[in-house]
Ligand binder design. Sequence first.
Ligand code: FE
Length: 142
Amino acid sequence: MYKYKQLRDGVYVVSLDNHVNLIEALSDFCRAEKIEAGSVNGIAALGEATFRFLDPAVKKYVDRTLSEQMEATCIIGNISVKDGAPYLHVHVTCSRSDYSCVGGHLLEARINGACELFVEKFAGVSNGRRFDPETGLNLYDL
Ligand code: FE
């Protein structure tokens, strides 16, 4: 699913394998490295991406999948934990073949080319989440 190198304590460079699901592979990495609090940033070439938009008025998600080649020009997110499993909150901006951009909350994506990430692990700490009925979101449990 991925190759990686630890650059220094808590800092990893990660290359996700071609054709894998970005969120699944990154979750696997976080599980393997026991990351319960951290951050991620990177770039990628994607063949498909599903974005999720929350309509706060009705607390309903609207998902949209774009099945086309895109350059993920900015992947940025945070890593926490919910119910004992890695919880990734990732946003992305993608450039299409006409150089227009789309973006938003990334639900899932299929890599078609490469995906190069830097992951930072905040060692020794855990950042949990809980469901918040008012917003319908899984917010930080602070
Ligand atoms: Fe989001």
